[in-house]
Design a binder for this molecule. Structure first.
Ligand SMILES: Cc1cc2nc3c(=O)[nH]c(=O)nc-3n(C[C@H](O)[C@H](O)[C@H](O)COP(=O)(O)OP(=O)(O)OC[C@H]3O[C@@H](n4cnc5c(N)ncnc54)[C@H](O)[C@@H]3O)c2cc1C
Length: 408
């Protein structure tokens, strides 16, 4: 039985320092350029691949860290380096987790390595769930998947939006409706292999922050994928749909939703990204406050500034603790009876928004310019309260979990 400890072990510290080195030496110097270019930083992804930081092996190792801290530690350091480049590096992992969560062993073994490509030819993957009329309201999804039994193929039609790496990905994981009567219980996920006819990129979004990360619409027009591209396989899908239909017929009000448990386990990773950005901005602000003088003394000599820094640091540490708790719960199989995963994402993302705004304020006019990185960090931080479920949706999930009520 492991003893309780708040410390990373030696191996974890070594990995953390190694990621930090890459974040400081490679990501930070490149951050402003790729933010301005608003393009996927392929050369940086390639550098990460060269040292093994962009690879299935590395993420699998962190994913299976028995303490649960491998992934949050990785996310915090990468996003401390830069959020836009960070998402370009870990975006593939979001699609890979979709396959790990629902795929068969064969599907995982065949497709996940292809998502990363190899050192000389790096690839990215995309996870496509959101649609123009189905963001928070996932059940409103309209993209259809229809089975063509004669050919053992699924035919996908619809428009996905906001897909990170959408259209530039080697492999797209697409969530689609297989039974419209069943709401979100009638959804299934499909792998769309490279160069499949009918899949195209729609508009690429020009964004407020994380601009190095590619975000675009994905249009699916009669996209045919082989039967084996249905994640989990047809037999499992048919069983799941039959169970859902029976429950619907019996009028069962609340069924335990496996997808919710997956979200609880994945949301702390987004919380950790937010902690990374918040910590980066706090460090810039602390440095500035001790070196910038006004009225003949460093500005940190004013309580108005010093107390802000005290609050910033306290909130960042509190956010990290919530993230670590939820990550530990996920890996040790503890039930999320209070939606602790959602709690950690809610708190950390709100902290990142607040702390980066305070950092801009502490840097004064300089904080408002692109000469200093806090301006970019502030723009980047705005994403954390939006993707992987907005703050309002996190509150909804927490409130429903606590009360057992169908709070709307
Ligand atoms: C940069 C970026 C990258 C993304 N990457 C991906 C990706 O890779 N794959 C993917 O599938 N999606 C992705 N998304 C989509 C993201 O998850 C959605 O934007 C998010 O879920 C919110 O959906 P929406 O934008 O449609 O907002 P809406 O759902 O329309 O919400 C608008 C506002 O209404 C509020 N609201 C909605 N319903 C309620 C309610 N019941 N109670 C209270 N308030 C409510 C929301 O909180 C929000 O403030 C990405 C988004 C962005 C911006």
């Amino acid at each position: 039985m492991a003893e309780f400890t708040m410390e990373l072990n030696d191996e974890q510290k070594e990995v953390r320092d190694w990621i930090h080195g890459f974040a400081a030496d490679v990501m930070r110097p490149a951050a402003a350029e790729w933010d301005e270019r608003e393009e996927t930083p392929w050369p940086v992804i390639q550098e990460a691949a060269k040292i093994g930081l962009y690879s299935l092996d590395f993420y699998a190792q962190q994913f299976f860290d028995p303490t649960g801290l491998g992934i949050p530690m990785t996310m915090e350091e990468l996003f401390w380096g830069d959020a836009g480049i960070g998402l370009s590096i870990v975006g593939t992992g979001l699609a890979a987790v979709g396959v790990l969560a629902n795929g068969t062993e064969e599907q995982i073994g065949t497709w996940v390595p292809q998502m990363y490509g190899d050192v000389n030819d790096v690839k990215v993957a995309a996870f496509c769930s959101s649609e123009p009329d189905a963001g928070s309201d996932v059940a409103a999804m309209r993209t259809r998947a229809v089975y063509d039994e004669a050919k053992d193929e699924w035919v996908l039609n619809g428009t996905k939006t906001w897909a990170t790496n959408g259209g530039i990905a080697n492999i797209h994981v697409v969530v689609a409706v297989v039974d419209p009567e069943l709401g979100s219980k009638g959804h299934a996920s499909f792998l769309v292999p490279p160069n499949t006819p009918g899949l195209s990129q729609g508009q690429k979004f020009k964004k407020h922050g994380i601009r190095a990360s590619h975000t675009a619409e994905v249009v699916l027009e009669n996209v045919r994928v082989p039967g084996h591209c249905l994640l989990g396989g047809k037999e499992k899908l048919d069983e799941r749909l039959a169970r859902a239909r029976e429950r619907a017929k019996a009028g069962a009000e609340r069924v335990k939703n496996a997808a919710m448990a997956t979200f609880e386990a994945s949301r702390p990773a987004v919380g950790a990204m937010a902690v990374g950005t918040a910590r980066a901005a706090y460090e810039e602000a602390l440095e500035y406050a001790t070196t910038r003088s006004q009225f003949g003394r460093p500005i940190i000599d004013n309580q108005g500034v010093a107390f802000q820094l005290a609050d910033m640091r306290t909130q960042i540490d509190a956010a990290r603790l919530l993230v670590w708790r939820a990550s530990w719960m996920a890996v040790t199989g503890k039930p999320f009876t209070s939606a602790e995963g959602s709690m950690s994402k809610l708190f950390a993302s709100e902290v990142a928004k607040k702390v980066t705004a305070q950092a801009v304020q502490i840097l004064g006019g300089n904080g408002f310019t692109r000469e200093y990185p806090v301006e970019r960090m502030h723009r980047d931080a705005a994403i954390y309260t939006i993707f992987e479920g907005t703050s309002e949706i996190q509150r909804l999930v927490i409130a429903r979990t606590l009360s057992g009520m169908p709070i709307r």
